[in-house]
Ligand binder design. Structure first.
Ligand SMILES: [Zn+2]
Length: 164
């Protein structure tokens, strides 16, 4: 049995939907090769990130994903198989690519309760979940808020003021 860990850079885009693995993005692969009677059993996982837009409100999104795969690569024989050991090598591209593309969500969303776009104005109905919250802060948490303010937010705000 052999184990390999390596990173590949995608030479082309994987996937055709509104979220894809971009050309030039990286996949971290963890692959285990086991010698079995009929061939080589390949199993492993690939870590990557898909990018695209929310299917409801068109906000840019990106999400890390882990893809699992397993396939038996048979030694060349009389029976035709999809995956074969060729010249003592296994070509993982089709296997990993298919698993990765299948892992892409059909209806990706920026957040599970995204409300999408207003049918009349076309504006986004969901507020961003960023750090800026429009809702008033619970007074019981205000002490913590002061700490965060001292801790960098104050600095970045000062920087913003200088810029404007
Ligand atoms: Zn959305």
């Amino acid at each position: 049995m052999r184990e390999h860990t390596f990173t590949v850079t995608l030479p082309e885009q994987w996937g055709e939907g509104i979220v894809t693995f971009e050309s030039g993005s990286e996949l971290d692969l963890d692959v285990r090769l086991e010698s079995v009677h009929e061939g080589i059993l390949v199993s492993g996982s690939a870590d990557g990130e898909y990018v695209g837009v929310c299917g409801r409100c068109l906000t840019d999104i990106s999400e890390p994903v882990e893809v699992e795969f397993q396939e038996l690569f048979a030694y060349p024989g009389e029976e035709e198989t999809d995956f074969e050991v060729q010249d003592d090598h296994v070509d993982l591209e089709t296997l990993v690519r298919d698993a990765a593309v299948l892992s892409l969500p059909f209806q990706p969303v920026c957040q599970p309760d995204c409300l999408g776009l207003d049918p009349v104005t076309g504006e986004r109905l969901t507020e961003s979940t960023g750090t800026e919250q429009a809702a008033p802060i619970d007074p019981r948490w205000s002490a913590l808020q002061q700490i965060t303010d001292q801790d960098g937010t104050a600095e970045s705000r000062a920087a913003e003021k200088e810029e404007s």
